[in-house]
Design a protein around this ligand. Structure first.
Ligand SMILES: CC(C)(COP(=O)(O)OP(=O)(O)OC[C@H]1O[C@@H](n2cnc3c(N)ncnc32)[C@H](O)[C@@H]1OP(=O)(O)O)[C@@H](O)C(=O)NCCC(=O)NCCS
Length: 191
């Protein structure tokens, strides 16, 4: 893994969002398979580095329905996770956020929050989405606390909608609209 920041796309205060880098697919696979990291994600099956390569190749030349960006730590000069949209409906102008700070050493340092602010800016003010959503399980406190800190609203609670670690758990969906974000963003120090 190189400490040279490749393909920077969006600059934040502590993080940059970069185009995904094929040289780092082994690192991405290590995050996805880490039991601590995938605990509240949706990856139930082992992932190979080659799966990332295949996904890159399949995404070429078509309008993307998903967008992934590497989360780069500016001070430590290394990738620590990724963020983007799991799904975009261009007709409805709605996107659903995906976020993983893949290296647990970087959890609880406000970096998930910063990455989410950067992706909201990108989604609303570059891609011109009108609504952005985020889904998570009830016990993924970090994930829904980020949404609440931003001012996203809990729009849905789906009772016992997922089977996680041996029990059925509730799932939440948070959302925010473009005009709401553009009012709120001025409060936050993420650029
Ligand atoms: C969930 C995740 C994105 C949180 O990222 P993070 O960088 O640790 O979160 P932040 O440091 O920005 O925290 C934002 C807020 O949530 C709180 N928080 C974060 N993790 C928490 C936890 N495990 N329990 C309670 N509160 C938590 C922080 O204290 C902070 O609140 P505060 O500013 O009031 O103190 C990160 O743990 C992760 O990537 N996990 C693995 C993958 C995953 O679960 N992704 C989400 C799938 S929906």
């Amino acid at each position: 893994m190189s400490d040279v920041k490749l393909y920077p796309f969006i600059e934040g205060k502590n993080l940059s969002l970069c185009a995904l880098n094929l040289d780092n697919i082994k690192l991405y696979a290590s995050w996805e398979n880490n039991p601590e990291v995938r605990k509240y994600g949706r990856n139930l099956f082992p992932i190979l580095a080659e799966d990332f390569k295949k996904a890159f190749e399949e995404s070429q030349g078509r309008i993307p329905r998903e967008i992934g960006l590497e989360v780069w730590h500016n001070a430590d000069k290394k990738p620590i996770g990724y963020v983007g949209f799991n799904f975009i409906s261009w007709a409805d102008k709605v996107g659903n956020i995906g976020l993983s700070i893949g290296d647990p050493a970087y959890w609880r340092q406000n970096l998930g929050f910063e990455a989410t602010c950067l992706i909201l800016d990108y989604g609303f003010n570059e891609l011109n989405l009108q609504k952005i959503t985020g889904n998570m399980y009830e016990m993924n406190y970090g994930s829904w606390k980020i949404c609440e800190k931003i001012g996203m609203k809990r729009e849905l609670m789906l009772k016992k909608n997922a089977f996680v670690k041996g029990k059925y758990v509730d799932e939440y969906e948070y959302s925010i609209f473009k005009d709401e974000w553009n009012q709120l963003r001025q409060k936050f120090d993420y650029k």
